[in-house]
Design a protein around this ligand. Sequence first.
Ligand code: NAP
Length: 188
Amino acid sequence: MAHHAKKFNLIVAACENGGIGNKGGLPWTLKGEMKQFARLTTESEQPNKKNAVIMGRKTWFSIPEKNRPLKNRINVVVTNSLTDLAPLAYQASSMEDALSLLCTAPLVDEVDIVWIIGGQSLYQHAFESAHLHRVYLTKVHGNFECDAFFPLEQLSKMEQVVDSRLPQDVQSENGIEYQYQVFQTKTW
Ligand SMILES: NC(=O)c1ccc[n+]([C@@H]2O[C@H](COP(=O)([O-])OP(=O)(O)OC[C@H]3O[C@@H](n4cnc5c(N)ncnc54)[C@H](OP(=O)(O)O)[C@@H]3O)[C@@H](O)[C@H]2O)c1
């Protein structure tokens, strides 16, 4: 009965209006931020296990082909239009199916932390789940032209926490300022 029993985290970079993407790519280039994304999603707590990343089909194709699948992580793509991503990634027809897949043999014994990495509809869906644990937000200052969005208003229901792996001060790259914030579901 391990189905859906796993907690998951969500990671996103959003600008002030909640924008996360434009025309199939990111609205900004932030190399240091991308490094933190890779580090956080890759670093497992249990050394003999790997983390998993769950993403929508458009997010999968937004990753340059040479970087797919995201290395040292189990990649799961949510899609109902693709049929063959093996052996690069697992496929699931919904976020629930993706979580179930990771909570069932054989993957359940190989997977440590599960990360939802976008896009828009998976993010919206994540807040409807009782298993959402933490949101790792990179708050990009200013606004950019975007056609995909993150529901920032959901964060007001969570409490802000500190992850000591992340710098607390405002970062700056290419004239763009941003900061890392971590939110956790309130426990009753
Ligand atoms: N800033 C960030 O942190 C961040 C993170 C991720 C992505 N992005 C950006 O966001 C954009 C891509 O995101 P997006 O929202 O447009 O697309 P997306 O969520 O990555 O992909 C959408 C597709 O995924 C499948 N899908 C998603 N949710 C589903 C569900 N609940 N049930 C079944 N299928 C589902 C469907 O695939 P099928 O049509 O194949 O069935 C759908 O067409 C890009 O611009 C990307 O660069 C930004």
